[in-house]
Ligand binder design. Structure first.
Ligand code: PAF
Length: 282
C-alpha cells in the first residue's frame, strides 16, 4: 500500500494502472476509520484491480467549525486498517493541495440536497459535491463506494453524477452496526460508554416503527418515533422525515412510493453529539 499526498503523484500512479487494464475503485473518506469504512474498502478490493482510499477532512462541508475541530484525526491507525483490508493507494492530501483557491462552485439538486441534512446543515452538501467531484476528476474511478449510513449523501451524489456526466458506478454499501444496533460512525468515539448505550435506542425504536406502519398512517408513525426517542433521557430528535427513497421528498401515505425511508437525526449526550440513522419501510 502506498500513501500519496499530491494530485500529480496520484494521477501518475493511476495512469500506469489504467495502462495495465485494471479497474479502479474509489472509497472517499474523512479518516477516523471504523469497520463501516473497512467494509467499503474490502468490497472495492474484491471488485476492482486497484483500490484508492482518500482520507481528507474536507473543511467545506462543515457548516459548524466546532464539529470540524473536534472531528477525530487518526491517520496512523487508519493506514494500518487500510493495509489490512488490501487497499492499493491512500490519497491523503493537504487542504492547500485540494483548495489552492477557495472553491466557489455551487451545486444545487433539490429536493435531495435541500431537505433534512440540507435544511439543517446549510452548505453541507455543496461542500460534499465540491470534494467528491474533485476526487472523481483526479481518480476517474470505475466505481465509487459510499456507505448507506449517509443515505441522503448517496442520493445527492447520484444527482451530481448524472448532472456532470461522470462515467462511474455508484456502489451503495449497507450500514455496519455495533452489536447494540448503533450505526457505526466516526462520531461514536466522542460518546461516553453510557451515551453509546443510550444511542442504541435510536435504531431499536426505528426498527420497532416498521411494525407500527402496518396499522398506522405515515404521520402517526413519524410522531410516535419522535415521541418515543425524546422520552429517553439523553436523546433529542432534531428531525424525523419519512421520504421517497430516490427523490427524498416527504411522503404522506404508505402507497405513495415503491421505496420509503425514514431518516433521523438525534442529539445524544452532554456535548451533545449529532447522530444520523435511517430505516427502510419498503
Ligand atoms: O461520507 C463522508 O465521509 C464524506 O462526506 C465524504 C464522502 C468522504 C466527502 O468528504
Amino acid at each position: 500500500m502506498k500513501v500519496i499526498n499530491t494530485i500529480q503523484a496520484l494521477r501518475d500512479e493511476l495512469s500506469a494502472v489504467r495502462g495495465q487494464g485494471k479497474t479502479i475503485g474509489l472509497v472517499p473518506t474523512m479518516g477516523a476509520l471504523h469497520e463501516g469504512h473497512a467494509s467499503l474498502v474490502r468490497r472495492s478490493v474484491e471488485e476492482n484491480g486497484v483500490t484508492v482510499v482518500s482520507i481528507f477532512l474536507n473543511p467545506t462541508q462543515f457548516n459548524d467549525k466546532r464539529d470540524l475541530e473536534r472531528y477525530p484525526r487518526t491517520l496512523e491507525a487508519d493506514c494500518a486498517l487500510l493495509e489490512s483490508c488490501g487497499a492499493t493507494f491512500v490519497f491523503a492530501p493537504t487542504v492547500k493541495e485540494i483548495y489552492p483557491e477557495p472553491d466557489t462552485r455551487v451545486f444545487s439538486y433539490p429536493p435531495t440536497d435541500s431537505v433534512m441534512e440540507g435544511a439543517h446543515r446549510p452548505g453541507h452538501f455543496n461542500g460534499v459535491c465540491q470534494i467528491v467531484s474533485k476526487l472523481f476528476s483526479y481518480v476517474e474511478p470505475d466505481r465509487g463506494y459510499f456507505g448507506e449510513k449517509d443515505f441522503q449523501q448517496i442520493a445527492v451524489i447520484r444527482r451530481m453524477v448524472a448532472d456532470l456526466g461522470f462515467h462511474l458506478e455508484i456502489v451503495p454499501c449497507p450500514v455496519v452496526r455495533e452489536a447494540s444496533g448503533l450505526a457505526m460512525s466516526s462520531r461514536n468515539t466522542l460518546l461516553t460508554d453510557a451515551e453509546r448505550l443510550t444511542a442504541a435506542y435510536i435504531y431499536r425504536i426505528l426498527r420497532e416503527s416498521k411494525t407500527w406502519a402496518a396499522e398506522r398512517g405515515v404521520e402517526a408513525v413519524r410522531e410516535q418515533v419522535i415521541n418515543d426517542i425524546n422520552a429517553i433521557e439523553g436523546l433529542e430528535v432534531e428531525y424525523y422525515s419519512i421520504v421517497d427513497g430516490i427523490t427524498l421528498a416527504d411522503v404522506h401515505s404508505w402507497d405513495e412510493s415503491e421505496s420509503i425511508v425514514g431518516c433521523i437525526t438525534v442529539y445524544c449526550g452532554q456535548k451533545p453529539i449529532r447522530l444520523i440513522d435511517h430505516i427502510r419501510y419498503k
